[in-house]
Every structure is written in C-alpha cells, then in structure tokens.
Design a protein around this ligand. Structure first.
Ligand code: AMP
Ligand code: MG
Length: 486
C-alpha cells in the first residue's frame, strides 16, 4: 500500500552480486524515530511522492523501522587506503535499502547512514550523531546547488537513542541518495577477495551501471581507468573552484561515478591558503586544499593497481598501459584547472600571460589572507561590505591588468561578468554559519537556522543583496578543525 502512494520503484541489482561483496541485513530498529529534515525537492526530482505521508510515517520509513516493500537492504564490503594505510572496511554504519528507478530509469542507491551495526562495524556502534548528519545534509545539498557532482541527502531523523562519543549525543540517521556507492576501495576489496570472480563481477557490474558504452571497447579496463580519471579531474577542479576541502580523500571515499561522497571533516576555505586542512588528525597536511589533485592521482594509481588483472594477462604489459593513462593526469588537470580559473576571472580566449595573471592573484590572496570566495565577488561588484584589503596597492595594480585583459579578444566587462557569475558563488556554507546552525539544532532543538541556511544555499549564484550577512567571515577562525568518525 505504501509503495503505491509514494512511487518507489525498487530494482535491486547490487544485492544480487556475490555474497562475498556484501552482507544482507536489516537496519536495527530505533526507539522513537522523529523526522528532523526532509528534502521534498529531491524526492520530487527522483519521482517519489511523500505528500500523503505524515511526518510520523516518514520517520518510521527513514529510520528503517518500517522498510518499504521491494527494499532489500545490504551493507557493502570495501577496503581503502586511509591516510595512506591499507585497511579492510565496509559499511560499518550504513545500509543500502535498495536501488530506486525514477521515471527516466535513472538509478539511485537509497542508503541509511547510522542504521546500526553490520558485520563491518569492527568495534564501533554502527550509529551516527545528529550534528554530523545535519552537517552532511547541509553541505551535500550546498554542493549540489553549487553544481559540484555529489551524493544527495533526502532526510535526517532522530532515533530517540543516545550515542556515546566524547559526550552523550542524540542519535540520528541520514538518508543518502547516490548514483552508486562503488568506490575505488570496492575494487581494492574485490582484488584481494577470497572469491576470485569478484573483481570481474564488480567490473562488469560497474560498466553496466555507469559506463555501458565501454562494454564494446577493445580495452575496457584501461578505458574505465581513463574515464574515472577524467571524472575525478572534473570533480577536483569543481572543489578547487568553490574552495571545498574534502578532508579525508581516502580511497574508500572516492567514487567511480565521480560524485563527492562522505562529508566528514570537510569544509570550505575562507581566506586563501593552499595549505588549509580541516581534519583534526591530518597532521601531515596530506589532504590540504593544494594537495587534492595530487591525492586524486595517488588514489587513481591504487585504482589502476586493482584493475591490473583485467587490463592484461601479463602484469608488466598491464602496468605499462596503466602508466600511459596515469601519466596524463598532471597535464589534463592543469588544462582543466586553467579553464576553470579563466572562467572565474571572466577571461575570454587565450593570452600568453593568463596563467601568470591567475597566479599573481592567488599569491596576493595568500599573502594578504584575503577571502577566496569574496575576492571573486568583489571583482564582480558583488561583495556587499567594506574591506580595506581591496585598497591595497598591489591588488589595485593587479586589478588594472585584469581589467585590461578582460577587454581583449573583442570582449566586454559585461560578458566577463556573465561568465564569472556562473562559476563564482556569492554564498558558500561557511564554517561559522554551519556551526551556529548546528548548535541551535542540537543544543536548543531549534531548526530555524538550519532551514534559513538551506534556503540561502539553494541559489548560491544569485545576487546576494538581501542576504549579504552570509558573506561575512569571522575573524577568529584560524584553526578550525572538524572530526572523523562522528
Ligand atoms: P568514514 O570516516 O565515514 O568514511 O568511515 C570509515 C569507516 O569507518 C567506514 O567503514 C565506516 O562504515 C566506519 N565507521 C565510521 N563510524 C562508524 C560507527 N559509528 N560505527 C561503525 N562503523 C563506523
Ligand atoms: Mg567513508
């Protein structure tokens, strides 16, 4: 009956793969589920209709207490290099309840995060706390609206149960929607699985699901590596564009689809500093803003290693073929990054000094601790506050050069601003805004700030005149950190 009203169309394919790649189990029921957030826009986008379902029933569904007909929940096995060290992992606190097809037959994993222990939980509790789940909801939806490929968030419910971290916190479950949860780490797991067929099974499945055209290819494994490399370059350039730092670019947190996944210790950079890291445990600065492309390449090398048996029977030949692809990363990345930065500055056509112009601005921002997002807003006349920094002599000189450059190639400032407005957000989910909204939600049971922030973040490229307070940056944010495993 429920299925009819809502429009679920489950077609579960991953759960049919070999048992060594997954574990079948249901979510652990929770005490008193309560709906906290629900993403009606997203549910409409994927052709689900919850308009006739009240909040109580929504809470029952999205806590896992009342699973929809047709679901078949599984925890996926995977491995991963965490901060460079290889570990066997798996969904330790998540369950994919099924794959839903929208009317156009687009396939979405519906996954509960925080739904109880699984065979992969190791010594942890399988649960999640309210703050971090609200955080993932806020940031993933912001990323989507910033036009960065990402998993989405459909709901957050409170479980009515405590979770014990450094203090006692309220438990919560996030429903994540993803084009799949196949990770580099899933391939790493399949490579060393006891079941020798797992790698080929996973590979064939991945091609069918994400890259069906490659099935006809002469060298499908090498072509998969190529397309994932392109996807990751595109993704990282998008992160760099909006100043996003993932924080834990472990291979288990890198998808084959090219979507951003796992919003743990991630954050947006305020002042421009390429060394910025946000994870409390990242003492080596492995996952700093500047290192993100380098780490993407490192992760792709691990992906290539996992694919080797499928590339060529002779591993030496396979390694040579994979290296041919991987060695193109730096040049391809640089080209994409340059294109992206030129758009951020509204540069039309080519000029031999373009890269220099970009680097000069970034160096100036770094030296002067200038806010990354707001500096581009300032150039588009969209920064609505006073800041003496932009009266600085070196900046004025740079700006003159830039103004001269944007008029080259028959271009006008108006045209440049049009290009810039599509790629430079006026508002990002700044850390202090997120923290303030989460504090009100978790300590005062007040979701007003979360809703307001979500609303502003829905249109990050619209002129900010009515919401310019969201552009302000706090002065005391030198050592902002976020934490893993919450
Ligand atoms: P993450 O840092 O969220 O990417 O998680 C890394 C690994 O730790 C994954 O295998 C998670 O499923 C697992 N994990 C994180 N938190 C918990 C938890 N509270 N209970 C069980 N497993 C967890
Ligand atoms: Mg993860």
């Amino acid at each position: 009956m429920l299925g009819k009203k809502i429009g679920w169309k489950f077609d579960n394919t991953y759960s049919n793969l070999s048992e060594s790649l997954l574990s079948k189990l249901n979510p652990t029921p929770v005490k008193t589920p309560e709906l906290i957030l629900f993403n009606h826009n997203l549910s409409k986008e994927i052709d689900l209709d919850f308009s006739q379902i009240d909040n109580k029933e929504l809470a029952l569904i999205f806590s896992g207490n009342k699973l929809p007909d047709g679901s078949d929940s599984i925890a996926q096995a995977y491995a991963g290099h965490q901060f460079g060290h290889f570990t066997i992992l798996g969904d330790g606190r998540a369950l994919m309840i099924g794959e839903h097809l929208d009317k156009k037959e687009n396939r979405y994993d519906i996954q509960f995060k925080g739904s109880g222990k699984t065979p992969y939980s190791r010594n942890a509790d399988g649960r999640a706390a309210l703050g971090p789940m609200l955080r993932e909801y806020l940031i993933s939806e912001a990323m989507h609206n910033l036009e960065v490929p990402t998993t989405r968030s459909l709901s957050v419910i409170k479980t009515g149960e405590d979770v014990i971290r450094e203090s006692i916190l309220e438990g919560a479950i996030l429903t994540r929607v993803a084009s799949s949860h196949i990770r580099v780490g899933t391939f790493q797991y399949a490579l060393i699985s006891k079941n020798k067929n797992d790698l080929k099974t996973l590979f064939d499945y991945t091609l069918s699901r994400h890259y069906p055209d490659l099935k006809k290819s002469k060298f499908p494994a090498i072509d998969l590596l190529k397309v994932v490399l392109e996807k990751q370059i595109d993704l990282i350039c998008n992160w760099m564009r909006v100043g996003f730092i993932h924080g834990v670019m472990n291979t288990d947190n890198m998808t084959i689809s090219g979507e951003t996944i796992d919003y743990g210790p991630c954050a947006f950079m305020n002042k421009y500093d390429p060394d910025t890291v946000f994870s409390s445990i990242d003492l080596q600065r492995r996952y700093s803003y500047f290192n993100q492309p380098r780490i993407a390449k490192w992760n792709l090398e691990r992906f290539a290693e996992s694919l080797l048996p499928l590339i060529n029977n002779d591993s030496k030949v396979g390694i040579t073929m994979a290296n041919e692809v991987l060695k193109e990363f730096p040049e391809k990345y640089k080209k994409k990054w340059l294109e992206m930065m030129k758009k951020k500055l509204g540069l039309v056509g080519d000029d031999r000094n373009d890269e220099q112009l970009i680097i000069e601005l970034l160096s100036w921002m770094h030296k002067n601790k200038s806010d990354y997002t707001n500096t581009f807003c300032y150039l588009m006349n969209e920064y609505k506050h006073k800041n003496q920094i932009y009266n600085e002599k070196q900046f004025i000189l740079w700006k003159k050069k830039w103004e001269y450059r944007i008029k080259l190639n028959n271009n006008s400032q108006e045209k440049s601003f049009k290009i810039m407005r599509k790629v430079n957000p006026f508002v990002i989910p700044r850390n202090h805004l997120i923290e303030d909204a989460l504090k009100h939600a978790t300590k005062m049971n007040d979701l007003d700030k979360v809703h307001k922030l979500l609303k502003v973040l829905q249109n990050p490229y619209d002129s900010i005149s009515t919401n310019s307070a969201y552009q302000l940056t706090p002065s005391l944010e030198e050592n902002y950190v976020t934490y893993c495993g919450t």
